[in-house]
Design a protein around this ligand. Structure first.
Ligand code: F6P
Length: 483
């Protein structure tokens, strides 16, 4: 069974479910008012009850909200144009050559995935090559590598944080500020070397970011759904505002498909239904995401947040316990390399899993000479052949020592483009939404991560003050003592 749309295709033959079975299951599991809930999502009126706001990331797919001129001016596009053309000068007159996006979770994963996926679609050949880097982790790991290579006078920092209060991001920013201090005064650094992206405008202002360097987005856009908003700035800096807009167009096309296609022709709904079927009827608690194009290597990481932070919950929208299993564990890795690592277990181990193979059929290599192009085209074909082969083996087995019967989706595009990438990500968003509706989950909050943050602060206090460690268990106390 195969569904084709303008930019994205789904083959779900290896889910092993007939049209009739899918139709039946859809009837059983989709609530009667699904169409109404779906149109609320698509027009930005769906409720996020625990946070008391509506869910509006789909509205960011409109070019006007992000990149189009607004009364002759659009700060997002202006910032992109100035930086990409080499016209942004730092406080000491040096051209900005490097940008570091400092953010974590939704303020990192989408921008990082999009920048890696689309970098070869950069829409200009200006002599100025802006390099975009990412720093996310609270331990400063990326900064250890980046700082020795960069010069504060030619580096701009994007402080990307929806809340503007995430400690991981603040810690990286503090380090960057200290690193810049010998070269730039605090005011110089703020005036020419920092752009803020947040829904907390007051936070950006209090931090000292000049208004012209503040990009905001609505609080009703969830962090893990925010790459379409100003949070996507690193993508636009990598490829240009026009290509960024094409990514929005691809997502928009998927919105239209999700909103209009019948259930048995609807890619996100079928992804959702087969996923629920695997979870509930086949007892499968995990999905391996296996991209076969290196540009999509970060897709499993991105989908982990999208899916697991949205639907990894045991309470329904009203706070009542749910008695069926909900969102599965999402994991995975780059397929061709995974074949030489974890696929052995997938083929012959004892554990059940479902898989999403993500495939790009053709890849243009226009920047190379003819002979190299031909070789690279063959490599893409090699990757396609391997994807199809492993997918077959996982489903059919060999009748002997390979059990098979591991259901999978094949999501494929003819070519990876900004549009097909946008459509792919939007399809996953809508799959997660549909599953949330089926399980009656609020997919748009994340209360579970808050307790971890609270406990981390308690531990930090004890480390800093040197008192109160006796409240902790023996193991924690021993580590603190050693520290
Ligand atoms: O880990 C929780 C979380 O709130 C994510 O939902 C979010 O994407 C991430 O932290 C970063 O948050 P912020 O963009 O507010 O810094």
């Amino acid at each position: 069974m195969m569904i084709t749309t303008q930019y994205l295709n789904l083959d779900l033959t290896y889910q092993g479910l007939s049209r009739d079975e899918l139709q039946q299951f859809a009837k059983q599991r989709l609530p009667r008012d699904f169409a109404e809930q779906r149109s609320q999502l698509l027009n930005g009126t769906y409720e996020n009850p625990s946070e008391g706001r509506q869910v509006t990331h789909v509205l960011n797919r409109s070019r006007h909200s992000v990149v189009a001129a607004n009364g002759g001016r659009n700060r997002f596009s202006e910032i992109v144009r100035t930086l990409r053309s080499g016209k942004w000068l730092g406080a000491t007159g040096q051209v900005i050559t490097d940008v570091i996006n400092v953010g974590v979770g939704g303020s990192d994963l989408g921008p990082l995935l999009g920048s890696e996926a689309l970098s070869e679609f950069a829409d200009d050949n200006t002599a100025h090559k802006l390099k975009v880097h990412f720093a996310s982790s609270m331990d400063g790991t990326q900064l250890y590598t980046l700082l020795p290579q960069l010069n504060p006078a030619s580096t701009l920092v994007i402080m990307a944080s929806k809340s503007f209060s995430t400690i991981d991001t603040i810690a990286n920013i503090r380090t960057l500020k200290a690193w810049a201090a010998p070269e730039l005064s605090e005011q110089q650094w703020l005036d020419k070397h920092v752009v803020g992206v947040s829904s907390n405008i007051e936070g950006m202002t209090n931090f000292g970011i000049p208004p012209a360097q503040q990009l905001s987005f609505a609080e009703s856009v969830g962090g893990r759904y925010s790459l379409w908003s100003a949070i996507g700035l690193p993508i636009a800096l990598t490829v240009g505002a026009n290509q960024f807009a094409r990514m929005l167009d691809g997502a928009k096309a998927m919105d239209a498909h999700f909103g209009e296609a019948d259930v048995l022709e609807n890619i996100p709904m079928l992804m959702a239904l087969t996923g629920v079927y695997n979870r509930e009827q086949r007892g499968i608690n995990n999905v391996a995401v296996l991209p076969y194009d290196g540009r999509l290597q970060k897709l499993p990481d991105y989908l982990q947040q999208l899916d697991m932070e949205s639907n990894g919950k045991q309470q329904d929208r009203a706070g009542n316990p749910i008695d069926t299993p909900t969102g599965p564990i999402i994991w995975g890795g780059f397929g061709p390399n995974g074949q030489h690592a974890f696929y052995q277990h997938l083929h012959q181990g004892y554990d059940n899993f479902a898989a999403d193979f993500v495939l790009v059929l053709k890849r243009a290599a226009t920047k190379f000479d003819a002979a190299t192009q031909a070789q690279l085209a063959e490599q893409q074909t090699l990757s396609v052949a391997n994807c199809l082969a492993h997918r077959r083996l996982m489903w059919f087995g060999d009748g002997k020592t390979y059990p098979g019967q591991h259901p999978s989706n094949l999501l494929f595009v003819d070519e990876l483009t900004p549009q097909s990438f946008g459509a792919l990500i939007a399809a996953y968003e809508h799959k997660v939404f549909t599953q949330g509706v089926i399980w009656n989950i609020n997919s748009f909050d994340q209360p579970g991560v808050e307790l971890g943050k609270k406990i981390a602060n308690e531990v930090l206090d004890v480390i800093k003050t040197g008192t109160g460690s006796s409240d902790f268990d023996e193991s924690t106390q021993a580590i603190l003592k050693r520290l």
